[in-house]
Each structure stands twice: as C-alpha cells, then as structure tokens.
Design a protein around this ligand. Structure first.
Ligand SMILES: [Zn+2]
Ligand SMILES: [Zn+2]
Length: 125
C-alpha cells in the first residue's frame, strides 16, 4: 500500500517537473522566435513625405495594444503609415504587393525597377 503511494507521488512530481521544464523552455523559445527578423516595414501615406520606417514585432504589437483602430504614425510627419514590404532585390522598403495575383506578378520595385514575384507564385505555366 505504502509503496503504491510513493510510486504515485514520484509520478506526480515527475509530471510537475516536466510541465515546469516545458513551460520554461516554451517561453524562452517564444521570446527569441520572431516571424520578421528585420522587423516590419512601413511607408508614410503622405506622398510629399514618403518616409520609410521599420518597427520591430514588439513595437508593433505594443502600438496595436494601445491603438487598436489606427496604424503606426510616420516618425517624421505623424501621418499614419501603410504596411509595406522589402524588395527581394535591393532590400528597400516598397509598398505592399497588390492582392490580385495578376497585378502582383507584373509589379516592379519602384526603387530598383526589377520585377517582384510573389513568394507564393506556384501557379501559371
Ligand atoms: Zn511622413
Ligand atoms: Zn528593389
């Protein structure tokens, strides 16, 4: 009888230890893992300003927590920014690709003029 209780206690302790270890590991992994290593790219919606800026995932989520209805403002003029992307050729911040596949396939980078193929282009041909 007593050995059974001891065994049960040992299993319980092992389970708790495993859960604690898993939680600690999972937390450190979540902290270091970022979807966008270079941050998120933004461009100013004011054409005469046209400032490009980047925000880290942490900065962006912090902003959305405080301002769920608006977009991050331009650091220079304060106008709301528009989500942008980085050109795969020159690495500069460019407006996000159009949603339509046809437009995305013919889109060119305004900075270097090279065609931007959408990463998910598996169709055609
Ligand atoms: Zn601006
Ligand atoms: Zn480019």
């Amino acid at each position: 009888m007593s050995t059974r209780i001891k065994l049960g206690l040992a299993i319980l302790l092992a389970a708790i230890a495993a859960v604690l270890a898993w939680r600690t590991l999972g937390k450190t992994q979540a902290d270091s893992h970022v979807d966008a290593p270079g941050g998120t790219h933004w461009t100013c919606t004011q054409p005469t300003c046209g400032t490009d800026f980047t925000l880290t995932i942490a900065e962006l989520s912090d902003f959305y927590n405080k301002n769920p209805e608006s977009e991050p403002p331009c650091p220079r003029c304060g106008k709301p920014g528009a989500r942008a992307t980085a050109c795969p050729h020159c690495g500069k911040t460019i407006p996000k690709l159009a949603r339509s596949d046809r437009q995305a396939q013919t889109a060119t980078c305004p900075k270097c003029g090279k065609p931007i193929q959408s990463a998910a282009s598996g169709s055609g041909r």
